[in-house]
Design a protein around this ligand. Structure first.
Ligand SMILES: [Zn+2]
Length: 345
């Protein structure tokens, strides 16, 4: 089958488009013909061997996590899926046997694996995945749109819906609206929960796109003081929930924008690992700061339900043929996009 793989870490030039053997079907797994595979930051870290993603190479390693496609073969013991089903694939796999998995907290499973990182990825014509990771999508949901959902919506859902329990009468601050997680978080907060959303971004053009997704107000962080502007927009109170997927660079400004009782969820550190936390403010204002990594299988089921009903529509910026994966990585690293970049095998 055609696939995009690496045999050494490096820049986009190490991405090789070539032939590799098709993966073998296993019991309780399905084989999926991939129709769309969405890029994530993680893919660039795996390619470059950064942020804990250095691995022994060769053998060739196929990149890519998020994907959607058609079930072409069903393994022994699979229930609820059949050949021909259109599915979106949750790239994160858990053991299904530990106490946390059995309790439904599978996002905390310590035996977790991730497609494209420590498992073969989805930049390929075929993947074999546990049936529990393949969710049927409705006829009106495109493969590209579905592939763009898991890694952006899972952490957004985990933070806003499950952990912070954002309410319709509350206000959420979504940092960096133009990245995949930002576009997902705006939709979850506004379309699913019905909350008021304030987003931050860097240009007038991106601000307009954030408004179209459901952000009531957008702050250009290059031109305005985020903390001051949030205070103005909330009558001096601050926001109830912050969704932060960028990390250190904006932490102070966003933390200081929180109302008493505020909840601050972190799901990414693309702009730095370390920040200073004002413990005095944290306890006197009775706030919470917490982290999430992706989400649970039940979060994924709920997201796909909203996807199939058209309540959320993952934002796809551009579609590239699989053979142009290197070009897609270059675009991702130049940050000149809004939403997701998708590959089509
Ligand atoms: Zn487990």
């Amino acid at each position: 089958m055609k696939a995009v793989y690496i045999e050494a870490h490096g820049g986009p030039e190490v991405l090789t488009y070539g032939d590799l053997p098709e993966p073998h079907l296993l019991p309780h797994h399905v084989k999926v013909r991939v129709r769309a595979s969405a890029l994530n930051r993680l893919d660039t870290y795996v390619r470059a061997g950064q942020r804990g993603q250095r691995r022994p190479l060769p053998p060739p390693h196929i990149l890519g996590g998020d994907s959607a496609g058609d079930v072409v073969e069903v393994g022994d013991g699979v229930v609820g899926l059949a050949e021909g089903d259109r599915v979106v694939i949750n790239p994160r796999q858990s053991c299904g046997q530990c106490v946390l998995c059995l309790a439904g907290d599978d996002d905390l499973c310590s035996h977790t694996t991730f497609m494209g990182s420590n498992l073969p990825g989805s930049y390929a014509e075929y993947v074999v995945v546990p049936a529990a990771n393949a969710h049927p999508i409705a006829g009106n949901v495109t493969y590209e749109s579905a592939a763009a959902a898991p890694t952006t919506f899972l952490p957004s859902w985990n933070i806003l819906v499950r952990k912070a329990q954002l309410k319709p009468w509350e206000t959420a601050l979504v940092l960096s609206a133009s990245a995949g997680v930002g576009t997902a978080a705006i939709q979850v907060a506004s379309n699913v929960v019905g909350a008021r959303v304030i987003a931050t971004t860097s240009t007038t053009e991106k601000a307009e796109m954030a408004r179209n997704l459901g952000a009531g107000e957008v702050i250009n962080y290059n031109e305005e003081d985020v903390t001051e502007r949030v205070k103005e927009l909330t009558g001096g109170r601050g926001v109830d929930v912050v969704l932060d997927h960028v990390g250190a660079e904006f932490f102070d400004r966003a933390f200081n924008s929180m109302a008493p009782g505020g909840r601050y969820g972190i799901c990414g550190v693309t702009a730095g690992f370390r920040a200073e936390l004002n413990l005095g403010a944290l306890f006197t204002r009775q706030q919470q700061v917490f982290g999430v990594f992706m989400g649970s299988k039940e979060d994924m089921r709920q997201i796909v339900e909203m996807l199939n009903r058209g309540v959320i529509q993952p934002t796809v910026d551009r579609i590239f043929p699989l053979s142009e994966a290197a070009q897609a990585h270059t675009v991702m690293e130049d940050r000149g996009f809004f939403g997701k970049l998708v590959l089509q095998p």
